[in-house]
Design a protein around this ligand. Structure first.
Ligand code: ATP
Length: 352
C-alpha cells in the first residue's frame, strides 16, 4: 500500500510521527508492505515551494492508495493568489472525498462524562455551508458592501443521496439505527431536501430504524443520552460542530479520529485542528490520528479484499484500547506520557 503522508502544522508533525511508528509496526506484523512517501503542506509547503499544497502533491495523492493528513493551520491561509489554500479542502474536493466518517466511543480507563457510548457521525464533506467548496467557480462567500456579507449554502440531491447511502451501509454493520440531524424547521428548502433524500434511501434499508432530530436539540440529546445514537447522518457544518462535541464527550478531542472517503480515494485525518497552544511540547494526544490511520487501513482492506489490512486495523484499535486502560497515554485522557511515548506504547502493544 502506497501512503502519502502530509504532516501539516502545529501538533501535526508530532502526531504524524507517532502515527507512522504505529503504521510501520502494523506493516511489519501483518505484512502490509506499506510504502510511505512524505511531502510538505501548510507552512512547510509555503516555505518549500510557495504553496500550502502544491498541485503536484494533489496529483501524488490521486495516485497513492491512501493519504494521511496531519492538521494544518487554516486561519492564517487567506490569499489563494499567494499559494495559501486550505490543504484539507483541496484534497477533499479534488479527490471527491464526500463522506467524513467520525466515530466517537468511550474507553475504560478514565472517568466517563455521560456513560459508555459508541456512535459514528457520517458528515457530508463536499458542499453545505462550506463556501470554499460549494461553487464551480468563484467563492460562495461574498462581501456585497463593506457592511454586508453573504454566504451561500448548497445542498444537492446527489451529495445528500451518497452520504445517506454511506450512513445506512455503515448502520447495517452496527446497531442498525440512523439519526438524521438537520434544521428543517428553519431551513425548510435545503434541509427539507436533505431529509427527503435520506428518507428515500432509508426505504432501501428496511432493517435499519431511522429517526430525525433538529440540530440544536441534538446538542442536548447527545449530552443527555449518547447511548441512544448509533449512526448520525448530517450536513457538513452541523457534522463538524457535533463531532467535536461527541469527541470531547468520549474523553478528549485528542481521540477524534476520522476518515474522509470517496469512491476511489480515502484520507485519514484527525477531526481536531492544529492545536497551536500545545504544539512543540510533546503533549498532544496522537491517538486521534493513529485511529484514523487504522480506519484507512480497514478501508483499503475492504476495497481490495485483503483481510490483513482489516486485521491490522482491528489490532491497532485493540492496542489503543489497552494503552488507554493502562494509562499509557497523554494527560488529556489521564496518562503521563508524551506524544512520542504514547505512539511507542501503542506500537509495543501491537508487537506483543
Ligand atoms: P486550529 O486553529 O488549527 O483549528 P484550535 O486550537 O483552534 O486550532 P483545535 O486544534 O481543534 O482548535 O483545538 C481545540 C482544543 O483542543 C485546544 O485546546 C487544543 O489544545 C485541544 N486539542 C486539540 N487536539 C488535541 C490533541 N490531539 N491532544 C490534546 N489536546 C488537543
Amino acid at each position: 500500500m502506497h501512503l502519502l503522508v502530509l504532516a501539516g502544522d502545529g501538533i501535526g508533525p508530532e502526531i504524524t510521527a507517532a502515527t507512522l511508528s504505529v503504521l510501520r509496526t502494523a506493516s511489519e506484523r501483518f505484512g502490509l508492505g506499506l510504502r510511505i512517501e512524505e511531502a510538505p503542506v501548510g507552512h512547510a509547503g509555503l516555505s518549500a515551494h510557495g504553496h500550502t499544497i502544491h498541485p503536484d502533491i494533489v496529483e501524488k495523492a490521486r495516485k497513492a492508495d491512501g493519504v494521511v493528513l496531519g492538521p494544518t493551520s487554516t486561519f492564517e491561509f487567506k490569499d489563494p493568489t499567494k499559494g495559501e489554500v486550505n490543504p484539507s479542502m483541496m484534497l477533499r474536493k479534488s479527490l471527491d472525498l464526500f463522506a467524513n466518517i467520525r466515530p466517537a466511543r468511550t474507553y475504560a480507563g478514565f472517568p466517563l462524562r455521560c456513560g459508555e457510548f459508541d456512535l459514528v457521525i457520517a458528515r457530508e464533506n463536499t458542499e453545505g455551508f462550506y463556501a470554499d467548496r460549494n461553487m464551480e467557480a468563484g467563492s460562495g462567500e461574498v462581501l456585497v458592501t463593506k457592511d454586508v456579507a453573504i454566504s451561500l449554502r448548497r445542498i444537492t440531491r446527489f451529495c445528500s443521496e451518497r452520504i445517506a447511502r454511506a450512513a445506512f451501509e455503515l448502520a447495517v454493520t452496527r446497531r442498525k439505527r440512523v439519526t438524521i440531524v438537520h434544521k428543517a424547521n428553519v431551513l425548510k428548502v435545503t434541509d427539507g431536501l436533505f431529509i427527503e433524500v435520506c428518507r428515500e434511501v432509508a426505504r432501501q434499508f428496511p432493517a435499519v430504524a431511522v429517526d430525525d432530530v433538529i440540530v440544536d436539540a441534538m446538542m442536548a440529546h447527545v449530552v443527555r443520552n449518547p447511548q441512544r445514537f448509533d449512526v448520525i447522518v448530517t450536513t457538513n457544518m452541523y457534522g463538524d460542530i457535533l463531532s467535536d462535541l461527541t469527541a470531547e464527550l468520549s474523553g478528549s478531542l485528542g481521540l477524534a479520529a476520522s476518515l474522509n472517503a470517496g469512491a476511489d480515494h480515502a484520507m485519514a485525518q484527525a477531526a481536531h485542528g492544529s492545536a497551536p497552544d500545545i504544539a512543540g511540547k510533546n503533549a498532544a494526544n496522537p491517538l486521534s490520528l493513529i485511529l484514523s490511520g487504522a480506519m484507512l487501513l480497514a478501508w483499503n482492506g475492504r476495497r481490495k479484499n485483503v483481510s490483513a489490512f482489516e486485521m491490522a486495523a482491528a489490532a491497532i484499535e485493540k492496542a489503543v484500547e489497552t494503552a488507554i486502560g493502562a494509562k499509557k497515554s497523554t494527560a488529556d485522557i489521564g496518562g503521563r506520557l508524551g506524544t512520542r511515548e504514547t505512539g511507542e506504547a501503542v506500537a509495543a502493544l501491537l508487537r506483543a
